[in-house]
Design a protein around this ligand. Structure first.
Ligand SMILES: N[C@@H](CCC(=O)N[C@@H](CS)C(=O)NCC(=O)O)C(=O)O
Length: 222
């Protein structure tokens, strides 16, 4: 069974794609162009009523929310590919903790920066410099906590790569490579080493290769 992943091969859809590659699950991408608003088409809204990507179809099973999807595949194929969910309930608990930190404490600020600095002109909303400054300040405080954590363990949940690390890949990639904020990672020695480690995984490199030429607009790699 080949899993259908609806979305462009960038942004949040990459969270799902890198997980599927780590879990050695075959997939095909069904392109949805959010810059053209295809995610608001009635046909797409039947799959994802909030009009957001990504969505997966696995046979007759449909699932949306990228973090729900990665949890689903990491559990479904626990014994296949990389183990992303740990071996004990305690490890799983700590992975869940850091997955929540990514979603609740980290992502909102990175997302503001990415939306403002990379997508505002493309999606047609006004640029808000105050929001950029506030988001950077808040993200700095979050990254200080990451620096402390990563001075004690190689990865967020312990000395093993997990969903918690994987979930950071898509938007930290933008922070480092697309919006001129690489120093936020590089100024912190342990966060910097962690980023080098996780972003050099073959799975992530494969995901970056999936971006079609059409997503390379105005010299910016989406
Ligand atoms: N919580 C959702 C967020 C997904 C999300 O924000 N997707 C963005 C692209 S990264 C999107 O679909 N934006 C288009 C829109 O909201 O109109 C998830 O992780 O699946």
């Amino acid at each position: 069974m080949v899993v259908k992943v609806y979305g462009p091969p960038y942004a949040s859809a990459r969270r799902v794609l890198v997980c599927l590659i780590e879990k050695e699950v075959k997939f095909e991408i069904v392109p949805v162009d959010i810059l053209k608003g295809e995610n608001k088409d009635p046909k797409f809204l039947k799959l994802q009523p909030f009009g957001e990507i990504p969505v997966i179809e696995d046979g007759d099973f449909t699932l949306y929310e990228s973090r729900a999807i990665i949890r689903y595949y990491a559990d479904k194929y626990k014994a296949q590919g990389a183990n992303l969910v740990g071996n004990t309930v305690e490890e799983k608990g700590v992975i869940e903790q850091w997955l929540e930190v990514e979603g609740q404490n980290y992502h909102p600020h990175v997302n503001n920066l990415v939306l403002q600095l990379l997508f505002s002109s493309k999606l047609g909303f006004p640029f808000d410099m105050k929001l950029v400054e506030e988001s950077e300040e808040k993200l700095n405080k979050v990254l200080d906590i990451y620096e402390e954590r990563l001075s004690k363990s190689k990865y967020l949940a312990g000395d093993f790569f997990s969903l918690a690390d994987l979930s950071h890949l898509p938007f930290t990639h933008y922070l480092v490579n697309a919006i001129g904020k690489e120093y936020m990672i590089r100024d912190r020695v342990h966060v910097s080493a962690w980023w080098d480690d996780i972003s050099n995984r073959p799975s992530w490199k494969s995901v970056l290769q999936l971006a079609p030429v059409t997503s390379l607009k105005e010299g910016i790699q989406l």
